[in-house]
Design a protein around this ligand. Structure first.
Ligand code: NAI
Length: 361
């Protein structure tokens, strides 16, 4: 019998009304009965913060931890040190920065994710958010819902995406899908910055690669961030990098909140250097009520320039079906002693299997 702990978000009445909300505590990724039939123990919780939380108590003797990036159970060094039996961490989704990957390597703990399961979902959200910001949709909608009709108030900050320069920081599965979807918008230029060259993307979209971060940022009207979070990308987009962007640029970050300095973004919006910021990720999740992104507005005019949502882009109903099925398949292979799908392996046998978390040889 294997003990498995799953940290998922609570669905409440929504999970009861919509059983396809699989990534919830209530619907348990659809794997509870399947695990029970095989005699395994599954503990599911959303209580994840602090040493007294259910997650911290149960992780001590668990062999497998499953968590989603939407409500992550953070597997820091401290938590991993307590998790003496842990052999396998599964990310039900994409992005395993909630695990201290170096410590996992030292301990020989495997980390798998359901690679590709929600990349279309995120790419669509990115395109939507870019359009929301550039077209100044949020203030226009709020004005309308509030009974107003002041065209100039919203039109003064409304632009066309056509003719703008859009660049992705990270051109993997999501970044490349964003640029593919933007191709018909007739942007002036599509660019990317990534230490891994993506020739297929260049061929398909005409995207130009930039090897110098300052040059990359200084050309952009729209920056979309699509690289993983790891020590070298933590705080990468800080006050200095923001100053390299063109005045009036927009930023969309659905990758991870900690890649940007949230207070520096808020300051750049307030000063007018940045015209808008959107995305769905915060450095701590759920984002605290006083998180800078909750009150970050262009020239301090609420709600202008803010297109934030809770972490929802990669957890559409369609994505949940894919990452739930992918989690089950990873477990099936684990129990059967079969090799995992190579693309799903982040670390295994004490080494990185992916090049996405830094330029690892
Ligand atoms: P991927 O592994 O296909 O692509 C990541 C790319 O980033 C790689 O090409 C890698 O070389 C590049 N990269 C790494 N470090 C870089 C750096 N310092 N500068 C420039 N490029 C760098 O990953 P995928 O599927 O595209 O996902 C990317 C990230 O998006 C995930 O790691 C995760 O953090 C986030 N994500 C967010 C979701 C959401 O719901 N908001 C859902 C899925 C992923």
């Amino acid at each position: 019998m294997t003990k498995i702990v799953a940290v998922l978000y609570s669905g409440g009445k929504h999970a009861q009304e919509e059983p396809r909300l699989l990534g919830t505590v209530e619907n348990k990724l659809g794997i509870a009965d399947w695990l029970k039939e095989q005699g395994h123990e599954l503990v599911v919780t959303d209580d994840k913060e602090g040493a007294g939380s259910a997650f911290r108590q149960h992780v001590k003797d668990a062999e497998i931890v499953i968590t989603t990036p939407f409500h992550p159970g953070y597997l820091t060094k401290e938590v991993l040190d307590e998790a003496k039996n842990l052999k396998c961490c599964i990310t039900a989704g994409v992005g395993s920065d909630h695990v201290d990957l170096d410590v996992a390597n030292q301990r020989g703990i495997s980390v798998y994710e359901v690679t590709g399961s929600n990349v279309v979902s995120v790419a669509e959200h990115v395109v939507m958010t870019i359009l929301n910001l550039v077209r100044n949709f949020v203030p226009a909608n709020q004005q309308y819902l509030g009974g107003g009709w002041n065209v100039s108030e919203v039109a003064r900050d409304t632009y066309d995406l056509e003719g703008k320069v859009v660049g992705t920081l990270g051109s993997g599965r999501i970044g490349s899908r964003v640029l593919q979807r933007l191709k018909p918008f007739d942007c002036a230029k599509l660019t990317y910055y990534d230490y891994q060259r993506n020739e297929a993307l260049e061929r398909d979209t005409g995207a130009e690669r930039r090897e110098d971060l300052k040059q990359f940022l200084s050309e952009l009207d729209v920056l979309t961030i699509n690289c993983p979070l790891y020590p070298e990308t933590k705080g990468l987009i800080n006050a200095e990098k923001l100053s390299w962007l063109k005045k009036g640029a927009w930023i969309v970050n659905t990758a991870r909140g900690a890649i940007v300095d949230a207070q520096a973004v808020k300051d750049a919006l307030a000063s007018g250097h940045i015209r808008g910021y959107g995305g769905d990720v915060s450095s701590i999740q759920p984002a605290p009520k006083d998180h800078p992104f909750r009150t970050a507005f262009y020239k301090s005019q609420a709600p202008n320039g803010n297109a934030m949502t809770p972490h929802v882009s990669g957890t559409s109903i369609d994505a949940q079906a894919r990452y739930a099925a992918g989690t089950k398949e990873i477990l099936r292979r684990y129990f059967a002693g079969e090799k995992q799908e190579p693309a799903n392996v982040i670390v295994e046998g004490g080494a990185y299997a992916t090049k996405a978390y830094g330029q690892r040889k």
